[in-house]
Design a protein around this ligand. Structure first.
Ligand SMILES: Cc1cc2nc3c(=O)[nH]c(=O)nc-3n(C[C@H](O)[C@H](O)[C@H](O)COP(=O)(O)O)c2cc1C
Length: 461
């Protein structure tokens, strides 16, 4: 399989009862209600490894969805991403019971000071032997900002400005604070680390002042694999600068192509190679041995779908109360301080189409592929080849059922077609995801690499 051309597979989940497809938690055949126990997560991770998935990808939020009807009641009733437990706590557990699976977790730059977050990520990278990815998000919930002492949610682009500085602090700590040969662990001389090779970072900025040094010694990847999710103009600039992988939710293949091409062009403008960024599309797959069975499964999902829960989650994403709009009203140029990228994605999917408020509820949480394993494989192949995506973030309707169906049905077909991997590559998550084209550390073209110290020129990858 040529480098960069395989389709990567992530399982998209969250440490909650109800993630994307609302209402399914009430079903008999799902373990969503057991999210507070470790067993279902262990079972899921081992299943994903059997299916040669690249990673399990945890979303996260740090606030309640209280936009719909101006209240959090609908989301509390329907368990819409609330209650929500910390995803990073699962990482060491899942690292311990798997060998290759990537462990990607979300943490908002509003949530934790970069100094303490740097140590958290390094610790997780150590315990997973370099299999950690961090999904950098900037938050979109007002309630999150109020919980964290910001008052109102900072403005959309200002959140990304803060994110730029947050990353600068992290690069200084992860890449620049400890030289590669700082740890000598010399028992004879009683020297663990050479003080001359452990540096303060002396960061003084608009949002953060950090002296350093970094508290953790260098972990296998130093900087975890950097995912990003956010598709607005400013979000794409942020991705082109910092991300090694980005998570998009295009509405169709055309929209994906436009988004991917736009991102690759931006990468070049930032002095990076177009292939330095892997683009993952979010998709829900419902599959069964026959088309009729798959359609019957979809009907079951529809019957269980909570309309109220869906209104609550999509209103939160948009920062606009969808209950207050007539579904037939054109969206026009709805402005939001939450996720601008959603509106941009609609225009890219069908530039001449008049999108209406009703479409938001019907479509946004539901980019679905329904069919036999062969039909699903055909569709995924089209997203991959025509849409230009590098991977899929697979959303579930039931867990682990959706992943079992995919792994037993679709993965063998994709493997037969040479589109997904049959075996894992050795090494860190970064080496696995980039098929060995990049070393364990950030590519030398990545801006974070510029903060390295004490590394001879030419051996900077
Ligand atoms: C596919 C996707 C997944 C996201 N996942 C999260 C998440 O788990 N937690 C979070 O706080 N924000 C998440 N976000 C929000 C983004 O980080 C960002 O704050 C928001 O989308 C606003 O940026 P944008 O207008 O550039 O899209 C996600 C966004 C997208 C598009």
């Amino acid at each position: 399989m040529p480098a960069q051309r395989r389709l990567r597979l992530n399982a998209f989940t969250m440490n909650v009862v109800s993630h994307i497809v609302q209402g399914q938690w009430t079903r008999e055949d799902t373990r969503q209600r057991e999210y507070t126990k470790l067993d279902p997560w262990v079972e899921l991770a081992q299943l994903l490894e059997r299916g040669k998935f690249d990673a399990v990808f945890f979303a996260d939020v740090v606030g309640a969805y209280d936009v719909y009807q101006g209240s959090r009641d609908a989301s509390v009733r329907n368990a819409v991403q609330f209650p929500v437990n910390d995803p990073s706590a699962l990482v060491p557990v899942l690292a311990h019971v798997t060998e290759h699976l990537g462990l990607a977790f979300t943490l908002s730059i509003l949530q934790e000071h970069p100094f303490s977050f740097a140590r958290r990520a390094s610790t997780l990278d150590h315990y997973s032997d370099g299999r950690v990815a961090w999904n950098i998000v900037t938050s979109y919930l007002e309630n999150a900002a109020r919980n964290l002492g910001y008052g109102d949610l900072p403005l959309h682009d200002t959140r990304y400005d803060r994110g730029d500085e947050y990353l600068e602090v992290l690069y200084k700590l992860w890449e620049g604070s400890w030289e590669d040969d700082a740890v000598v662990a010399d028992r004879e001389r009683g020297i663990y680390a050479d003080p001359a090779k452990v540096h303060e970072i002396g960061h003084v900025g608009e949002y953060y002042d950090v002296v350093g040094p970094h508290l953790s010694e260098p972990s296998p990847q130093r900087t975890p694999v950097l995912f990003q999710a956010g598709s607005s103009e400013r979000g794409r600039e942020f991705a082109a600068r910092h991300a090694e992988a980005t998570f998009i939710v295009a509405q169709n293949i055309r929209g994906a192509r436009a988004n991917v091409d736009d991102l690759r062009a931006r990468l070049v403008r930032h002095g990076r190679h177009p292939d330095d960024l892997l683009v993952f599309q979010g998709l829900t797959v419902i599959t069964a041995a026959t088309e009729a069975e798959a359609l019957a499964k979809e009907r079951e999902v529809q019957e269980q779908l909570s309309e109220e829960g869906t209104f609550a989650v999509v209103s939160g994403w948009l920062g606009a109360d969808l209950g207050a709009y007539d579904p037939d009203t054109p969206i026009g140029d709805l402005r939001t301080n939450s996720q601008e990228g959603i509106i941009k994605g609609l225009a890219e999917a069908a530039p001449d189409h008049t999108w209406r408020f009703g479409d938001l509820v019907k479509r946004i949480a539901n980019t679905r592929i329904v069919g036999t394993p062969e039909q699903v494989a055909d569709e995924l192949q089209a997203w991959h080849e025509e849409g230009g995506i590098d991977g899929v973030n697979l959303t579930y309707t039931t867990t682990p059922g959706s992943f079992v169906d995919f792994i037993d049905g679709v993965v063998p077909v994709l493997q037969e077609r040479g589109i997904v991997q049959r075996e894992y590559r050795e090494g860190t998550l970064r080496e696995k995801l980039f098929d060995g084209q990049v070393g364990p550390r950030l590519s030398p073209r990545h801006p974070g690499a510029a903060y390295r110290r004490g590394v001879p020129a030419g051996v900077r990858s």
